[in-house]
Design a protein around this ligand. Structure first.
Ligand SMILES: O=C(O)CCC(=O)C(=O)O
Ligand SMILES: [Fe+2]
Length: 331
């Protein structure tokens, strides 16, 4: 078991890494599992994220994805890519507008289900592209297993394991693939400004060209160094709401400092459209009164990205939308 690495490199903080090799959702307990769980919780507390060492997605599979499948996808003409529309939810299909950098981004919803990936594939390649479908589906299934292990560990640590099945059942997993060009502002080099994700957890797979930066709980920005067998895992706003504020969402941004195109795979699970998402009762007591009113994910996304002047309006959009001390308290 590789230890949790909180040590500094000179004065450069490193994100703790946690070894998931050999762990499985089918045996969520025992020595190595419990040790990894401790490391996960301590990393989330200080850093809001950790590097998962996880080789279920092999180096070969990553090579195939990033060298073959993704460049082929992004090379398609724009009029094909816009076919990936998620009606009613901005940023959940295709988007290519950013004030900060050239960007091209496509989300595949329900990607651990082969049929869902095939549907996406047939929009892009009407004659089919089994190599694409299989590569994406296989990676998504493996990353979903990693994500579920992390969710299970977190719930165990909070004494909430009995809610694991219902929480997982309320979520849908997807993957977003993004291609970034060189940022417009060459001083800041920001491709994507600081934000938290609306989902429960985000699992980021970088490849060769780094760029992700994460803000630690002390407010310091650190840059995960992608390894062939690592994924960066961080907390999203849905977990913050579900845990009644105990698991604050992690701020992160993207800065591409070189002159290469950057591809990134962003895996995550988010509340299903129809679910009224809320913290279980046990998360509340006299010391911890309700922090976020129940909400539906699509309503929040519309608030965040479309209503009231767009994504830049609120510094803490979840608080503004669902915080019980927020303006929309009685909405
Ligand atoms: O490209 C990355 O590393 C992160 C992208 C991101 O934060 C997002 O799409 O929400
Ligand atoms: Fe993000």
């Amino acid at each position: 078991m590789q230890g949790s690495t909180m040590a500094s490199d000179g004065n450069h903080l490193r994100i703790p890494s946690v070894d998931f090799r050999g762990l499985s959702l089918s045996s969520p307990g025992g020595g190595s599992w419990d040790a990894a769980r401790e490391q996960v919780m301590s990393a989330l507390e200080s850093f809001g994220c950790f590097e998962a060492i996880y080789d279920a997605v092999s180096e070969g599979a990553k090579d195939q994805l990033f060298r073959g499948v993704l460049p082929e996808l992004f090379k398609l003409p724009r009029e094909i890519k816009i076919r990936n529309e998620y009606v009613g939810l901005p940023y959940h299909g295709y988007f290519c507008q950013s004030p900060h950098s050239p960007i091209d981004s496509l989300r595949i919803e329900d990607s651990p289900t082969l049929h869902s990936v095939q549907q996406f594939t047939s929009l892009m390649w009407p004659d089919g592209n089994p190599t694409f479908s299989n590569a994406v589906w296989t990676a998504a299934k493996q990353v979903q297993e990693l994500e579920r292990m992390v969710v299970r560990m977190i719930l165990q640590s909070m004494g909430m394991e009995k809610h694991y099945d219902s929480l997982v059942e309320s979520l849908i997993h997807g993957v977003r693939f993004t291609e970034y060009g060189i940022p417009f502002d060459q001083e800041s080099k920001v491709n994507m400004k600081a934000h938290a994700d609306a989902n429960i957890l985000t699992v980021i797979c970088q490849y060769e060209v780094d760029g992700l930066e994460v803000q630690t709980r002390d407010g310091e920005w650190i840059r995960p160094v992608p390894q062939p067998n690592s994924f960066t895992v961080m907390l999203g706003e849905a977990f913050q709401a579900w845990s009644n504020g105990r698991l604050p969402a992690t701020l992160h941004r993207v800065r591409v400092t070189g002159h290469q195109k950057r591809y990134c795979a962003i895996f995550n699970s988010r509340p299903k459209d129809e679910i009224l998402f809320q913290a279980p009762r046990e998360m509340m007591d006299e010391e911890h009164p309700l922090r976020f009113r129940p909400y539906k994910y699509p309503d929040y996304i519309l608030f965040r990205f479309l209503a009231e002047g767009g994504p830049d309006l609120h510094e803490d959009p979840l608080q503004a939308y669902a915080g019980v001390e927020g303006q929309l308290n009685d909405a």
